[in-house]
Design a protein around this ligand. Structure first.
Ligand SMILES: Nc1ncnc2c1ncn2[C@@H]1O[C@H](COP(=O)(O)OP(=O)(O)OP(=O)(O)O)[C@@H](O)[C@H]1O
Ligand SMILES: [Mg+2]
Length: 269
């Protein structure tokens, strides 16, 4: 029997019958892949949207077994990692894409980038890693496009704004909607993007000093891919500092390091 982390049980309860059915299916799925890949498992990492646990292969190599609750965001996680080929991200050792089961290279010691206190140092590391992840994608990929997503977001902003009880100035909501549409229509870049690149998804490792995990791949404008980083870590990390100034300095640093348009980075974020 496997131990299920509390946060995973809590998140899955929010998905009702579908979440509970997935939780019930988890032990046999894990058993099946332990058998198929000859794994020995350790205690699971705390994670809310997937079952993630350290594993050891028969030859003693350390790995991580990840079982996703497959959804629109993570359905192509394996394909993204395959295409990264270990450059800036963990290697995909094996996978069953349809079942959402991934066998990953393990990052050791696995310290999160969020542990780096000096924000300038953390931002420099993040820029180095994300630069390695971005690669142009040709035709025939399975990923959704940022521009299509952004057009849908543009259309959904007014409705969401009402649904949430108009939480801020109407002007701001209108600007957000217009920006999504504008950004969607003003770039034809087609890079493989991570979409979930932030301080909790970059871990200290050996093969490269830091490696990304957990991509939710899309294809499009690189400037889009800095949004998650700029919104993280949460406000608690800014304690005693002016969040506006920290963010402005991060943006300066990212523009300088990556040579992308400041306007587009700020717009997407
Ligand atoms: N390849 C790896 N090497 C070492 N540790 C890992 C690896 N993959 C995942 N982990 C650990 O498991 C945690 C959860 O993994 P991941 O982010 O992929 O899952 P998740 O479902 O998106 O979790 P969360 O909801 O917390 O983001 C990570 O924060 C990390 O501590
Ligand atoms: Mg994660």
């Amino acid at each position: 029997m496997i131990a299920i982390p509390d946060e995973l049980t809590t998140t899955m309860a929010r998905f009702g019958d579908k979440g509970r059915a997935w939780l019930r299916s988890l032990p046999p799925i894990v058993d099946e892949f332990v058998d198929r890949w000859s794994l020995t498992l350790g205690s699971p990492f705390p994670a809310s949207y997937s079952y993630v646990t350290p594993a050891r292969l028969r030859d003693g190599v350390s790995a991580v077994l990840k079982v996703n609750f497959v959804d629109r965001e993570n359905v192509h996680e394996g394909e993204a990692l395959r295409r990264y080929e270990g450059r800036g991200a963990v290697r995909l050792l094996d996978a069953d894409d349809e079942a959402g089961v991934l066998l990953l290279e393990r990052c050791e010691p696995g310290t999160r980038l969020s542990q780096i206190e000096d924000d300038e140092v953390a931002t420099a590391i993040a820029a180095d890693v994300i630069r390695r992840l971005w690669k142009p994608v040709g035709a025939g990929h399975p990923f959704e496009r940022v521009s299509d997503r952004a057009r849908a977001w543009a259309a959904s902003v007014p409705e969401e704004f009402e649904r949430l009880g108009r939480p801020f100035d109407t002007d701001l909501a209108e600007r957000a909607s217009a920006l999504f549409a504008e950004l969607a229509d003003s770039s034809d870049e087609a890079f493989l993007l991570d979409q979930d690149f932030h301080h909790y998804n970059v871990l200290a490792a050996q093969r490269e000093p830091w490696l990304a995990i957990d991509p939710k791949p899309l294809v499009g404008d690189r400037a889009f891919d800095l949004g998650a980083l700029l919104r993280n870590p949460g406000p608690q990390a800014f304690e005693g500092r002016d969040p506006g100034r920290v963010t402005a300095r991060r943006i300066d640093q990212l523009v300088e390091a990556l040579g992308l348009s400041r306007e587009r980075i700020v717009g997407w974020a």
